[in-house]
Design a protein. Structure first.
Length: 252
């Protein structure tokens, strides 16, 4: 994040960049990113943004990997200060089903590990924050403590929808050769069709879009929903790609 901060400061004259840190040090921030409940992280980030005097008239937000859906939670729940553009770089907006780098040519092994993960994903101390089991959508919706609520799969929240619709632009970046996120289409709100883990649906096929639970259909109709593709693996982009596609189009 330090290199990204310096790059933006170099390219956008006079910009103020607040690199959110959940904790009092880099190591604590890294640990909290994995172990602290997401909803608590969101609360801490909202408080930090509210205290930053330079952001009060509005700010642009960029989230990398899980930061993409975490910042969307901030847009939906914390409208002050106002978020202008939300840029999700490799965020998993429909969650993940699998484990990173599962051997692509070993479907049996991948499915077996998924079943083992399913056993622990919704019980005990394991935080079911954006694990999404397409083989058991009912349990996912009932026991998810973050993503199902964020995507309004159990009940609709008109306030959160209205807050998200205040965005000037919502940018979704998918990595075309992503070996970390399964399925990578989650980065564009796609996912496995219910009941299996082979066939995929797109955002446009989902009730989240057709029934417009979050306002994405309205956002798309007004030209404010953007789908960008980057070659390469998870978060593996060049500085020039970032400048050409993100900085020049949405930050300057």
């Amino acid at each position: 994040m330090g290199s990204i901060k310096r790059l933006i400061e170099k390219e956008v004259r006079g910009v103020h960049v607040n690199s959110l840190e959940i904790g009092s040090s880099v190591s604590e921030d890294t640990e909290n990113g994995f172990l602290m409940p997401v909803n608590k992280q969101i609360d801490i980030a909202c408080q930090a943004l509210a205290k930053d005097s330079k952001l009060q008239s509005g700010y642009n937000a960029i989230g990398f990997s899980q930061g993409g859906q975490f910042l969307r939670a901030i847009a939906q729940r914390c409208p002050n200060p106002p978020m202008k553009n939300l840029i999700s770089v490799g965020g998993q907006h429909q969650g993940v089903y699998g484990f990173p780098r599962c051997p692509g040519d070993n479907a049996t092994l991948c499915d077996y590990v998924r079943k083992l993960l399913n056993l622990g994903a919704y019980v005990g101390l394991v935080q079911a924050e954006y694990w999404h089991d397409p083989l058991n959508e009912k349990e996912y919706k009932a026991k998810s403590i973050f993503l199902a609520d964020l995507n309004q799969e159990n009940k609709r929240n008109a306030t959160e929808k209205a807050n998200l619709l205040k965005l000037q632009n919502f940018v979704l970046v998918k990595f075309l050769d992503d070996g970390m996120v399964d399925p990578r289409d989650s980065e564009w709100f796609g996912f496995y069709k219910p009941g299996q883990s082979k066939e995929l649906y797109t955002l446009f096929d989902s009730p989240l879009y057709t029934e417009d639970w979050l306002g994405l259909k309205e956002m798309n109709a007004t030209g404010r929903l953007h789908f960008l593709a980057s070659p390469g693996d998870h978060l593996q982009f060049t500085q020039q790609w970032f400048i050409d596609n993100i900085v020049n189009n949405f930050l300057k």
